[in-house]
Ligand binder design. Structure first.
Ligand code: HEC
Ligand code: HEC
Length: 505
């Protein structure tokens, strides 16, 4: 009897202990799950160069827990396994589209990774469209050049492949998991559950929706963007603003634009840039580019974009690495001073200063005479929609304007920026100095072997190692190589001198 009172508390203590353990375990599980669901962790790179190439700007999809997928790109494990599941649709894998792979990285340059709401996601970053390679000869090694237009990349082929393959019957939860594990990777418990409960069905529904929205701007009746170009605003109209593209006139649906370079942003502040000069603020151009890459006002990573902004602020273009005839170039400097400096500024731009001449203003379309489609694809209505994107925030756009022509760009690093003009319709600098009827009518885009004679990339090679380059036809709408007649009536000697000078620009 006497021992009774002490037994009850002991039992009670054991019960309490068990209860406590159960509660702690439940708490751990709860916080694990909550932590997984709330996760928002990009792969972080301390080195700015790695950050530029592989870091996240916030374009990975997953704006909310209820929408774990549904952006430009499918989740990591799907992105990685699509080429194996639809191998005949992309025989050379992603590399055949011009995406650049480096040893030690499982994703190409321009594709970032971030865990959002428990799912490993991938997204595009700035290096996708602003990095390329150069070779001295077909046998020479490739040099990767950061900030250079991605003249080798067929982004349309990447987008088409992902949209079509995601809808392919072979893309099933079992196949994704099978191919992913066969490549030596592990599917997390949470992702396995998602695969079980209909991730793939949702992926297909969202892909179908995205494809239907984008299709009019990717249509077979329109000229391909091809390597080195993207339609700047039409996918944006469809994906970000949800505009029914079918209702737009066809002339507005053509807007394939060459990728520009990202060097020397500091002296570009205040200049009217983008091909049509629609914006004079570097920060707004950066942010709007990020939106083009798939960032949304919910997913955007401002801190990450600021790192890139600060780096490209003073990033210089690489120097011309081949022999230059200095005397000839000196004569070219004089030709440039007479015929070009008051639209394209002086060579000091390469070192970050606006030392001479005018630059960064719009030349009316009637005067410049180049292809009008890119200009027409950017409309007043589009500008109005851009203003509504970040209401009440310091990031709200205030600098976009509809213009009536194309902007005069600084020519720093111009040797690496071919093919030339906003639609990339003229393969070399020497060709640009010929009258339009003497410029090449058809040529190939995307080969990275440099043409030291004419300055640009060799444009007569249709394919290499099974990778097809883009056959560019200047007679298609959007592809006109007309206009920009400046310098076309110079003598041959003057043209050679000018091209020599532009090498050191
Ligand atoms: C999907 C391809 C793509 C991605 C990704 C991309 N850009 Fe661009 N960028 C372009 C194109 C195309 C233009 C030219 C737009 C036009 O005027 O039509 C451009 C223009 C620019 C310009 C203006 C250049 C000039 O001199 O006119 C800046 C600055 C820029 N991008 C910065 C960035 C930054 C920073 C990022 C990443 C946050 C980025 N871009 C991501 C394709 C891209
Ligand atoms: C009246 C102003 C004006 C003059 C003068 C002028 N340009 Fe241009 N230039 C432009 C404009 C505007 C564009 C953009 C046109 C387009 O892309 O449709 C351009 C584009 C270019 C481009 C293509 C840039 C790129 O990134 O693809 C090069 C190269 C160029 N000009 C070189 C020259 C040279 C060399 C001269 C002197 C012989 C010259 N320009 C004279 C206005 C001018």
């Amino acid at each position: 009897m006497l021992s009774q009172p002490s037994i009850v508390p002991r039992r009670q203590r054991i019960k309490d202990l068990i209860l406590a353990i159960v509660l702690i375990a439940a708490g751990v599980v709860f916080f694990r799950i909550a932590g997984t669901l709330a996760s928002n962790q990009p792969v972080v790179y301390a080195d700015i160069v790695e950050h530029f190439k592989y870091g996240s700007i916030g374009s990975e999809p997953g704006g909310s827990l209820l929408q774990p997928i549904g952006g430009a790109l499918p989740p990591y494990m799907v992105f990685k396994t699509l080429p194996a599941m639809c191998s005949e649709r992309l025989p050379g894998g992603y590399a055949s589209t011009g995406l650049i792979f480096e040893p030690g990285h499982d994703l190409p340059i321009g594709v970032s990774r971030r865990r959002r709401f428990g799912v490993e996601q991938v997204g595009f970053n700035c290096a996708l469209c602003h990095t390329s390679t150069v070779r001295d000869s077909p046998a020479a090694p490739r040099r990767i050049v950061l900030g250079m237009p991605a003249q080798q990349l067929d982004l349309q082929a990447v987008v088409r492949f992902i949209l079509e393959c995601s809808l392919d019957g072979r893309v099933t939860a079992e196949n994704i998991r099978g191919h992913f594990e066969a490549s030596g990777q592990r599917v997390s418990l949470f992702e396995r559950i998602l695969l079980r409960v209909g991730l793939v069905d949702r992926l297909k529904i969202q892909t179908l929706e995205l494809r239907n929205r984008m299709q009019p701007s990717l249509g077979d009746n329109l000229p391909d963007w091809g390597r080195g170009r993207v339609d700047t605003f039409n996918p944006y109209k469809a994906v970000q603003f949800n505009w029914p593209l079918r209702k737009l006139p066809e002339s507005e649906l053509i807007g394939a634009s060459d990728y520009p370079s990202l060097w020397n942003q500091a002296p570009r502040e205040g200049l009217q840039l983008h091909w049509d000069g629609d914006n004079d603020s570097v920060d707004e151009r950066n942010l709007s580019a990020a939106l083009g890459a798939g960032v949304t006002p919910v997913t955007v990573d401002h801190a990450s974009i600021k790192r890139i902004r600060d780096w490209i602020w003073t990033l210089p273009p690489p120097e011309y690495p081949y022999p230059v005839d200095r005397d000839l170039a000196a004569r070219g400097a004089e030709v440039y001073r007479q015929h070009c400096v008051n639209c394209h500024a002086g060579a000091g731009f390469r070192k970050g200063s606006r030392d001479a001449g005018r630059v960064g203003f719009v030349v009316p379309i009637d005067e410049i005479g180049t292809d009008p489609h890119r200009l027409d694809s950017y409309t007043e209505a589009f500008a109005a929609n851009q203003y509504s994107l970040y209401p009440e925030s310091p990031y709200r756009f205030t600098h976009f304007r509809k213009t009536n022509g194309y902007a005069t760009h600084p020519l720093d690093g111009i040797w690496l920026r071919g093919p030339y003009l906003h639609n990339g319709s003229v393969p070399t600098l020497r060709d640009l100095l010929e009258a339009p009827e003497r410029r090449p009518k058809t040529f190939y885009r995307g080969y990275d072997v440099f043409d030291q004679r004419n300055v640009g990339f060799i444009s007569t090679v249709p394919s290499e190692g099974g990778h097809q380059f883009t056959a560019f036809d200047t007679s298609r709408p959007g592809n006109s190589n007309g206009g920009h007649l400046y310098g076309t009536t110079l003598s041959d000697a003057e043209k050679s001198a000018l091209v020599e000078y532009l090498k050191v620009f």
